[in-house]
Write a protein that binds this ligand. Structure first.
Ligand SMILES: Cc1cc2nc3c(=O)[nH]c(=O)nc-3n(C[C@H](O)[C@H](O)[C@H](O)COP(=O)(O)OP(=O)(O)OC[C@H]3O[C@@H](n4cnc5c(N)ncnc54)[C@H](O)[C@@H]3O)c2cc1C
Length: 389
């Protein structure tokens, strides 16, 4: 059967944001074509740690994270496939006096915003939550309703459910341009030919600026890189996700027992248009620093066999918040990109919001902090380290 060349909505990008948006759109009865230039979860949604957290979120993003965590609870049942989601908590650890104060402040601020977050004042109380924690840890915050999910399973679960609802998900099809007529979206151009659609959702992660620039829309993403190390399967030893006060590492144990640990965010001095897996591979020194740092927190890592290492790009915006917007002067365009290293956990809600914007429904959340035009007059503030995990 020949592929369709028209849809109500085209979604560009088969990461977690794009597949969640495609699912929500199909659920609402829209005809959807999702185009992924490579394969599903080929970029951030495959490289990710997979933390699903509310703790440490910016106040503007916290309502989305709270709603997302409610959604993750029954998502596997709804999608009809396991997402690997486990609500096992998030520990944010302090290793010196300054970090203890930072965590204490974080707990006070986030509790004031309504998040259930505990301050664990000493190593014994941290070990009561996670006995495998090493002696370098002095205190922590603990959010029991945070957790983690399996990135590939989650993306595939969304894609499978979207397909069953009629969404047409195509891998290996790159969008070269978004086409306009009289200031309105009229479709996209691909190598395989044009696809007509009056609405387009740009969920292309790091590559979103390339698609938006020809429309006169600037999305100033700064590429950053994170190193990830994955061990072979170990006996169950660590339930929650951990991060640290200064965000220089994070980690969790996957369902099959592998530990997946990451560095903090580093500079990426290359052209994003030409990234390759090899270019992203970490320098040996970076790996040595990661292993030393994480072994202080989780000594078991130092003894574990390494199965894989990789690097992942982060699509950092100037204020560390994503863009979730329908820019008013390009009718039919929706941007859902720039998740700045924490878009996995909130994806169930980002997908809903992208679908709301595409369908002209009233979004369930305040989207003013996520407008694209906040960058028009220069960067809206600057972000230091983005906490992930
Ligand atoms: C190492 C690492 C650890 C992380 N840890 C966490 C965490 O613990 N918790 C958390 O919430 N977040 C985390 N993040 C961030 C999170 O993974 C991302 O924010 C999220 O996956 C972004 O999803 P996305 O769908 O928006 O983008 P992506 O997953 O990058 O998807 C974009 C897709 O668009 C495709 N594409 C691009 N251009 C085109 C085009 N022209 N035509 C067709 N397709 C195109 C790409 O191939 C890609 O598949 C982490 C990220 C990294 C790298």
């Amino acid at each position: 059967m020949a592929s369709s060349t028209t849809a109500d909505v085209v979604v560009i990008g088969g990461g977690i944001t794009g597949v969640a948006a495609a699912y929500e759109l199909a659920r609402a009865g829209a005809s959807v074509i999702l185009l992924e230039k490579d394969r599903l979860a080929a970029m951030a949604s495959g490289w990710t740690l997979g933390g699903v957290r509310q703790s440490g979120r910016d106040a503007a993003e916290l309502p989305l994270a709270l709603a997302a965590v409610r959604r993750w609870a029954d998502l596997a049942e709804e999608l009809g496939a396991d997402t690997g989601y486990r609500r096992r908590g998030n520990l944010r650890l302090a290793r010196d006096a300054a970090e203890v104060e930072r965590i204490r402040r974080l707990v006070a601020e986030q509790r004031a915003l309504g998040l259930e977050l505990e301050f664990l004042p000493d190593l014994a109380s941290v070990r009561a939550v996670a006995p495998a924690i090493g002696p370098a840890v002095l205190a922590a915050s603990f959010c029991p309703t945070d957790g983690h999910a399996d990135p590939l399973r989650a993306v595939r679960a969304y894609a499978g459910a979207a397909r069953r609802l009629g969404a047409d998900i195509r891998e290996g099809v790159a969008v070269h341009a978004i086409e306009l007529a009289s200031g309105r979206v009229r479709g996209v151009a691909t190598k395989a030919g044009p696809i007509a659609a009056s609405r387009v959702v740009v969920a292309a992660g790091m590559h979103a600026p390339e698609l938006l620039a020809p429309l006169g829309l600037g999305l100033p993403l700064v590429p950053k890189v994170v190193t990830v190390l994955q061990t072979v399967p170990l006996a169950p030893c660590f339930d929650p996700v951990f991060g640290v006060a200064n965000a220089d590492c994070a980690g969790r144990q996957e369902l099959d027992g592998r530990l997946r640990v990451t560095t903090g965010i580093g500079d990426w001095p290359h052209d994003v248009g030409s990234w390759s897996e090899e270019m992203l591979m970490p320098p040996a020194g970076e790996l040595m620093r990661l292993i030393a740092r994480v072994s202080d927190i989780l000594p078991v890592v130092g003894q574990a066999r390494v199965a894989r290492v990789w690097g992942g790009l982060i699509d950092l915006t100037p204020d560390g918040l994503p863009v979730l917007d329908a820019p008013p002067h390009v009718a039919g365009l929706v941007v859902a990109a720039g998740f700045s290293g924490h878009g996995f956990g909130i994806a169930p809600v980002s997908g809903e919001l992208a679908a709301d914007l595409a369908l002209g429904r009233r979004p369930a959340h305040e989207l003013a902090p996520f407008r694209l035009d906040r960058f028009a007059a220069g960067a809206a503030g600057t972000v230091g380290l983005t906490l992930h995990g």
